[in-house]
Design a protein around this ligand. Structure first.
Ligand code: ADP
Length: 727
C-alpha cells in the first residue's frame, strides 16, 4: 500500500515537472511566434491530453489551471498582467479550462478502463487451468500466465536454444519446430520435458496457434502447455504392461490366434506358430483352415459362425490340427468373438495341446478294451466298492457273469439276490466282516440264475492306489467251467482209483479166497460138529450151541470180508467222515494180514492210541494203505520180511502213517519218479498204485512221500490234516 502511494507521488511529481517543462516550451515557442489565443489553447490542450494519458489524475488537473494562468498572462491583452480586458476573455479561458478538465477526465477514464480490461484479461488468463502463453509474430518472447510462471519459476517465456526451461534432450527439437511454425505459420505442437521451479522435469504437450489480422498476417501466437507427465507415465506403464503381456502372449505354452470374421489369421503368438511348424508371418493373413484337416473345414466354419452369433460368449471344443509337415496335433480350443473399439469384430482363440492326453486316452481306451477282452477270455470280472457310500462299479464282464443288463445299478443286495440261497448267509457274513474289519477277502460261492448254478471266486482288497481303506477293488472269477472240469477230473480220478482197487483186489484173489475160505471151512466143520452133537443120544445141546455160535462168528467174519471187498469195488461216490487211521490199518490187515503171514512176513504194528481223527474217505484211505502194504510185500520177495506199520501224531495238526519194510529199498532210485503214472519195475505191474495213492492223499490235503529205511528197505508214509477230534 505504502509503495503504491510512493509510486503515485513520484508519478505526480514527474508529471508536474514534465508538464511544467512542456508548458514552458509551448509558451515560449507560441509567444515567440506570436500565435493567437485559440492556437495556443489547442497546443496546451494537446499537451494536457498527452500528459493525462500517461500521468496521474492530480497532475492532469493541476496542469490546466497553470495553462489558464499562462494563457491570460502571455496571450491575452494587456500582456503580462492577470487581468481581463474584455468580457469574452474570461469566457474563453473558462471554456479552455472546462475543455481541459473534460479531456483530462475522459482520458483518465479511458486509461483506467483499459487498465481494468487488461487486469481482467490477466486475471482470466491466470485463472485458466493450464499454462497459457503468447508470443510475438516473430516468435520472440511474450507473456505467460501465472501458472506457467509458477511452474517454471520464470517471469518470461523463453523459446530458444538458450532456454533452460526445456530438457537438454528436447530443447533442439522444440526450437526447431517452433522456428518452423513461426516461418510457415503452421500450428505448433511438440511434446517436451520442462523443468519445474524445483528442478524436476515433467512432460508437457506444447501447442500454439497463430492469430492473424484481416490481411492474414500473423499478429500473435497463443499457446497452451499441457502437463502430460501423468498421462505419459500411464502410457509408459501401459506400454510396459503391454510388453509384458506380449511376452506372455508370445511365450506362453499355449497357442493364441486372433481371427477376423472371415477366419483370416490377424495375429498369433510365436509359440502357436512354432507348434504348427510355421513362422507367425507364414500364417498371418492366411485362412485358419490352413491348419485344419479338409474334412473338418465345414465344422470349423460352423464354429466360427457360432462365435460370431454369440458375441462375448466362450465356446470350447477339441479339434485336430495339421502341422506344416502333415503330422497331427490335438488341441482343446476356447474361442470367443469380441467387438473392438471401432466396431471391428475379432475372434480370439486359445488352444491347449492335448495330443499327449489324447494319446494317453487312446492308450487307456486300448488297455481298457484289452482288459475287457482279457476279462471275457478269463471269465473274470472286476469291481470297485466304496463302502462308505455303498457305490459299486462293475466291469462289463462282471455284468455278464451276473447276467445283468449294463443299465442295472449294481448293489450288494443284487449280488445277494443272485447268490445261491444256501450260500447267501455265508456271503452276507463275509461281507459284514469285511465292512467291519476292512480286510482283504477271498471267497467262493455259487450263484443261482434262472435255476442254473454258477461257481464264482471273489478276491478283493482295499485299494492301494486311492489310499482309502474303505475303497475295495476286487475280481470275480466265473469258475463254473473249471468247477465242472474239476468235478469231471475228480470223477475220473475216482474211477481210476476204483479200477486200481479192483486191479489190486484181482491180485489178491488168492488171499481173499483164503480169507473167505477160512470162515467157510470153519462153518462147514462147525456145522458137521453141530449135526454130530445133535445126532448123539441124548443130543449134546451145549456143544451144539457152541458149534452154532462158532458158525455165526465164522459167517459174520466171512460176511465182513465180503463187505470190505464190496465196499472197495463198489462204484460209490467218495464220502468223507471223521475216522481213525488205526481203524483203517486194522481193516486192511484183516483183509490181507493172513496172506502176508502165509508169505512169511512178520507184521509189526505201532498204532498210537493218541492219534486224532482225520477227515477222509475210508475206502480211499484203505486203498492207499493196502497199496503201500502190497508194495512192501512185493519189495520183500527176497530177503528178510519185516513189515512195520506205525501211526503217530508228530505234529499237532497232522496224523502220520508209515509203512516200513526191509525190502529192496530205494538205492539208486529217483524217488520222485516212483509217484509218476505208469512207473513200474515189476514185470506185471501197472505203475499206477503210487500215482493214484498220492493224488488221493493230496485230495485229502495231505502228503505222501518215500524215504530209505534203516538198516534196509523203504519207508512210505503219508500225513493227513486232522481236526480237533481224538480217536
Ligand atoms: P506197481 O506196484 O504196479 O509197480 P506202484 O506205483 O505201486 O506200481 O509202484 C511203482 C514202483 O515203485 C514199483 O514198481 C517199485 O519199483 C517201486 N516201489 C514201490 N513200493 C516200493 C517199496 N516199498 N520198496 C521199493 N520199491 C518200491
Amino acid at each position: 500500500m505504502k509503495s503504491d502511494q510512493t509510486r503515485g507521488l513520484r508519478t505526480f511529481v514527474a508529471q508536474c515537472v514534465l508538464g511544467g517543462i512542456g508548458l514552458a516550451l509551448i509558451t515560449a515557442v507560441c509567444f515567440a511566434l506570436k500565435l493567437d489565443f485559440a492556437t495556443v489553447s489547442f497546443c496546451y490542450l494537446m499537451l494536457i491530453a498527452l500528459l493525462s494519458m500517461m500521468g496521474s489524475f492530480a497532475a492532469s488537473v493541476v496542469l490546466p489551471v497553470i495553462a489558464v494562468v499562462c494563457l491570460n498572462y502571455f496571450f491575452v491583452e494587456p500582456l503580462f498582467q492577470i487581468r481581463f480586458h474584455e468580457v469574452q476573455e474570461p469566457v474563453g479561458l473558462a471554456a479552455f479550462l472546462t475543455t481541459s478538465l473534460i479531456v483530462t477526465t475522459l482520458t483518465f477514464r479511458v486509461r483506467r478502463n483499459a487498465q481494468a480490461l487488461v487486469a481482467a484479461q490477466a486475471a482470466m488468463i491466470d485463472s485458466i487451468p493450464g499454462m497459457v502463453w503468447s508470443a510475438h509474430a516473430d516468435g520472440s518472447r511474450a507473456v505467460a500466465n501465472r501458472r506457467w510462471s509458477e511452474f517454471t519459476g520464470l517471469q518470461h517465456i523463453e523459446i530458444g536454444a538458450e532456454s533452460s526451461v526445456y530438457h537438454p534432450d528436447d530443447r533442439d527439437n522444440v526450437v526447431k519446430r517452433w522456428r518452423h511454425s513461426v516461418v510457415s505459420g503452421e500450428s505448433f505442437e511438440v511434446e517436451a520435458r520442462m523443468r519445474s521451479a524445483n528442478g524436476d522435469f515433467r512432460a508437457f504437450l506444447i501447442r500454439a496457434e497463430p492469430v492473424r489480422d484481416q490481411s492474414g498476417r500473423i499478429v500473435r501466437w497463443y499457446g497452451l502447455s499441457t502437463d502430460v507427465e501423468d498421462r505419459r507415465r500411464a502410457m509408459e506403464d501401459l506400454r510396459a504392461r503391454e510388453r509384458e503381456w506380449r511376452e506372455v502372449f508370445e511365450h506362453n505354452p499355449a497357442m493364441y490366434f486372433m481371427l477376423d470374421p472371415s477366419g483370416t489369421v490377424l495375429s498369433l503368438n510365436a509359440f502357436g506358430a512354432a507348434q504348427l511348424g510355421y513362422t507367425a508371418a507364414e500364417l498371418i493373413g492366411q485362412s485358419v483352415l490352413k491348419v485344419f484337416l479338409k474334412s473338418d473345414w465345414h465344422t470349423i466354419n460352423g464354429r466360427v459362425a457360432k462365435c460370431l452369433q454369440q458375441l462375448g460368449q466362450s465356446h470350447n471344443w477339441e479339434a485336430c490340427k495339421v502341422r506344416k509337415d502333415g503330422t497331427r496335433l490335438w488341441v482343446r480350443e476356447t474361442a470367443k468373438a469380441v467387438q473392438r473399439p471401432g466396431n471391428q469384430i475379432i475372434i480370439l482363440v486359445a488352444c491347449e495341446d492335448i495330443t499327449e492326453r489324447k494319446r494317453a486316452e487312446d492308450a487307456l481306451r486300448q488297455s481298457q478294451m484289452q482288459l475287457a477282452e482279457a476279462q471275457e477270455l478269463s471269465h473274470t470280472g472286476s469291481f470297485s466298492w466304496e463302502m462308505k457310500t455303498g457305490a459299486l462299479v462293475w466291469s462289463d464282464e462282471l455284468f455278464r457273469i451276473f447276467e445283468l443288463d449294463r443299465a442295472e445299478k449294481p448293489s450288494v443286495e443284487l449280488v445277494l439276490q443272485r447268490t445261491h440261497p444256501d450260500d447267501r448267509a455265508g456271503l452276507r457274513h463275509v461281507l459284514t466282516q469285511v465292512e467291519r474289519e476292512r480286510t482283504a477277502w477271498e471267497y467262493e460261492h455259487r450263484l443261482m440264475i434262472d435255476g442254473r448254478i454258477k461257481h464264482v471266486r471273489v478276491v478283493a482288497h482295499a485299494s492301494t492306489t486311492t489310499g482309502d481303506e474303505s475303497w475295495f477293488v476286487g475280481a470275480v472269477m466265473d469258475r463254473t467251467a473249471a468247477w465242472n472240469a474239476e468235478q469231471e477230473l475228480q470223477q475220473a480220478q475216482n474211477e481210476l482209483a476204483r479200477v486200481s482197487r479192483v486191479t489190486t483186489l484181482g491180485e489178491l484173489t488168492a488171499a481173499i479166497a483164503h480169507e473167505i475160505n477160512q470162515p467157510l471151512t470153519g462153518l462147514v466143520s462147525s456145522g458137521s460138529a453141530c449135526l454130530r452133537w445133535l445126532a448123539s443120544d441124548p443130543p449134546d445141546l451145549d456143544s451144539a450151541r457152541r458149534a452154532v455160535e462158532r458158525m455165526t462168528k465164522d459167517g459174520t467174519r466171512a460176511g465182513e470180508v465180503i463187505g470190505r471187498i464190496r465196499s472197495l469195488v463198489k462204484k460209490a461216490p467218495p464220502r468223507r467222515d471223521w475216522l481213525n487211521i488205526n481203524d483203517v490199518v486194522t481193516e486192511v490187515l484183516a483183509l490181507i494180514g493172513t496172506e502176508l503171514q502165509r508169505n512169511g512176513v512178520l507184521i509189526l504194528t505201532e498204532l498210537s492210541n493218541d492219534v486224532p481223527c482225520a477227515f477222509g474217505d475210508r475206502v480211499q484211505l484203505q486203498q492207499v494203505v493196502l497199496n503201500l502194504i502190497m508194495n512192501a510185500n512185493d519189495a520183500m520177495a527176497d530177503g528178510p520180511r519185516q513189515l512195520l506199520i506205525r501211526s503217530e501224531n508228530k505234529e499237532a495238526d497232522e496224523v502220520r502213517l508209515s509203512v516200513c519194510d526191509t525190502g529192496v529199498g530205494l538205492d539208486g532210485v529217483n524217488v520222485d519218479a516212483l509217484f509218476e503214472a505208469f512207473y513200474t519195475t515189476k514185470r506185471d505191474g501197472m505203475g499206477m498204485g503210487l500215482a493214484v495213492s498220492r493224488s488221493l492223499i493230496e485230495a485229502h490235503g495231505g502228503r505222501l512221500w518215500a524215504a530209505p529205511n534203516t538198516p534196509r528197505g523203504a519207508v512210505f508214509q503219508f500225513s493227513l490234516p486232522v481236526g480237533g477230534e481224538r480217536a
